[in-house]
Design a protein around this ligand. Sequence first.
Ligand SMILES: [Zn+2]
Length: 87
Amino acid sequence: MAKHVPERMCSCCRNTFSKNELIRVVKSGDNFSVDRTHKAPGRGAYVCKNPECLKKLVKTRALNRSFKTVVPDEIYEEVLLEAKNGE
Ligand SMILES: [Zn+2]
């Protein structure tokens, strides 16, 4: 039997992916960070690594919607960087 990989939804395109295909952004207090361990405490949002989706993410500030607050530009940049590194 195949091992079950938990699926999460991309905050931007709303498609579901297995966790290892997603970038996790976590909000802890007032601080945001890109959680490379997928284990950091706090409220998380997931973003897929699809280039089209990432463009849309930055354009529409989709993370702001997920967290219902303004996510700093640096975090968007970090997500883009992380997506690139993961290729
Ligand atoms: Zn997506």
